[in-house]
Design a protein around this ligand. Structure first.
Ligand code: ADP
Ligand code: 5SP
Length: 507
């Protein structure tokens, strides 16, 4: 018996076939780009996600050599908050405005004026946030009324893929929370909010719990991909909740830090614990009856990817010749720089920032450049700046009264031994990893196993499937040195806040 996890990430789609012991049998990745038509905008084409999903499913089935009817269930994980608008024939009306897009400050201000900040936090767990879906819907209504008139269905990225796989319009509580239209205590759409914002409930998909079966693979998709017709597809989860399940973040005291394109510190809660200042986000967890809080760094892995794509062509060529990953070469260089990068500092606000500043106008900054600095310092400074930002998230979660003793680190960034140790040193806490590299895909495979009766509960599945690696202890001397720079790092944003806004006005 096997379970299939599909993770529709920002950088690409990863499809992984697991056996029921959690061992990866086959996996495939297909990358795609992100368009930035204007400063602070970010869009992707939903058809690119679908091609990547269909191709990677086919590759995984071919590579594994298994009989497709041995796949007992499929789980979908996806980048959160992206807006997919479909017409009456299920055609995509415009490119998806994705999670890191920052164009909707005006619509956020409108939402706050119409609903009230406290009420937004009470119902949805969060103040109006530019990255979330509700303000994107209002932006299309305001700026592209002809497109909005054609809308018959509003879906999230992974739920668009579900429609392609099963023909069913469905979502689930963890990802639906990120649309900012869900009453997170009731775990269903808020009619009050929908009415206040003038959004028709019929445009939205039915909300399921993450472990529930939402439909089966259609005959057409079976022919296209090799999957067996009728293979059950469960609700799945937004990629952060999915990754958390894959990391075993399912009980009090469990905390993870993920460096993907974004960076996220995530903690399980057994009730919806809301930050009255709205800096930490509160959503439904993919675990039935649970919620979670998270702090988000918009440009975490994105910062290193930006540096790789623009300044590391040499590393990319060498890596291609050596058959290795350019990030490995880059982080090897960074490991030769000293702790604190000789005073070179980096603010990772390439796409504005969510936690702790909630500022769509913030931008990336290198500070303190001297002639002695080289590329290795720059790479290391990026990694350090991202980790300082994740420390901001961890501190706020800790301040909400949540235990944060050990942190489970994951995501593409945590493949690097340097970044894992840096996280331990900067958080001043032990960090652990799991042995599977694809947390979100494993997380939704677990949900699929629970939904199809392979496991009796998420807890049982996590116990059987997740294999924890060695803990890494913080180094006290490194921690002290990092904290000298972290103090300045915090001051830099405060000093640049108004300048960021004036700068945005020129773009
Ligand atoms: N070996 C590595 N060392 C350091 N960072 C890495 C490595 N591999 C990937 N990354 C970082 O992880 C990011 C991708 O993380 P991943 O979890 O795969 O992406 P996504 O958020 O799109 O799902 C890249 O943008 C890069 O910054
Ligand atoms: O906006 C959020 C979470 O609120 C992001 O975490 C997105 O869900 C994208 O995730 P990655 O592609 O970085 O995994």
């Amino acid at each position: 018996m096997y379970l299939l996890g599909i993770d529709i990430g920002t950088s690409g789609t990863k499809t992984v076939l697991f056996d029921t012991k959690g061992k990866q049998v086959a996996s495939a990745l297909e990358e795609y780009g992100m368009a930035q038509p204007k400063a602070g905008w970010a869009e992707q084409n939903p058809e690119d996600w679908w091609h990547a999903v269909a191709n990677t499913i086919k590759q995984v089935i071919d590579a594994s050599g298994i009989e497709p009817d041995q796949i007992k269930g499929i789980g979908l994980s996806g980048q959160m908050h992206g807006l997919v608008l479909l017409d009456e024939h299920n055609q995509v009306i415009r490119p998806s405005i994705i999670w890191c897009d920052q164009r909707t400050q005006k619509q956020c201000d409108d939402m706050t004026a119409i609903v009230g900040r406290d009420k937004l936090i009470e119902i949805t767990g969060n103040p109006a946030i530019t990255g979330f879906t509700a303000s994107k819907i209002l932006w299309v209504k305001d700026n592209e009324p002809k497109n909005y008139e054609r809308v018959h269905h509003i879906l999230l990225p992974k739920d668009y893929i579900r429609l392609k796989l099963t023909g069913v319009y469905a979502t689930e509580v963890s990802d639906a929370s990120g649309m900012q239209l869900l009453d997170i205590e009731k775990r269903d759409w808020s009619d009050e909010l929908l009415e206040l914002l003038g959004i028709d409930r019929n445009l939205l998909a039915k909300v399921y719990e993450s472990v529930e079966v939402t439909g089966g693979v259609t005959a057409d998709v079976s022919q296209l991909t090799g999957l067996a017709k009728g293979t059950p597809v469960v609700g799945g989860a937004g990629d952060q909740a999915a990754g958390a399940i894959g990391n075993g973040i399912i009980a009090k005291g469990h905390v993870s830090a993920t460096i993907g394109t974004s960076g996220v510190v995530f903690a399980h809660t057994d009730k919806p614990l809301k930050d009255p200042k709205g800096r930490i986000q509160t959503f439904c967890h993919a675990l039935p009856g649970a919620w979670h809080v998270m702090g988000v760094t918009q440009g975490a892995g994105l910062s290193l990817r930006w540096y790789r794509d623009n300044f590391c062509t040499n590393e990319q060529h060498v890596a291609e010749d050596m058959g290795c990953d350019p990030y490995e070469l880059m982080t090897k260089e960074a490991a030769q720089a000293e702790v604190g990068s000789k005073g070179l500092m980096y603010l990772p606000y390439l796409m504005g920032e969510r936690t702790p500043h909630l500022d769509p106008y913030a931008k990336g900054v290198f500070f303190g450049i001297a002639p002695s600095h080289t590329k290795r310092d720059m790479i290391r400074a990026i990694m350090e700046g991202v980790t300082y930002s994740l420390r901001d998230c961890l501190t706020l979660i800790h301040d909400l009264g949540i235990e944060t003793n050990t942190v489970r680190v994951s995501g593409g960034g945590s493949k690097s031994a340097l970044w894992r140790q840096m996280q331990a040193d900067i958080y001043d806490r032990p960090v652990t990893t799991i042995h599977a590299s694809e947390g979100p895909a494993l997380g939704v495979a677990i949900l699929a196993g629970v939904g199809t009766g392979v496991f009796s509960s998420v807890e049982e599945a996590c116990e059987q499937l997740i294999d924890y690696g060695e803990g890494i202890q913080p180094n006290t001397a490194n921690h002290q040195r990092y904290m000298q720079f972290y103090t300045l790092y915090a001051k830099l944003y405060a000093q640049l806040k108004d300048t960021f806004k004036a700068h945005q006005a020129l773009l």
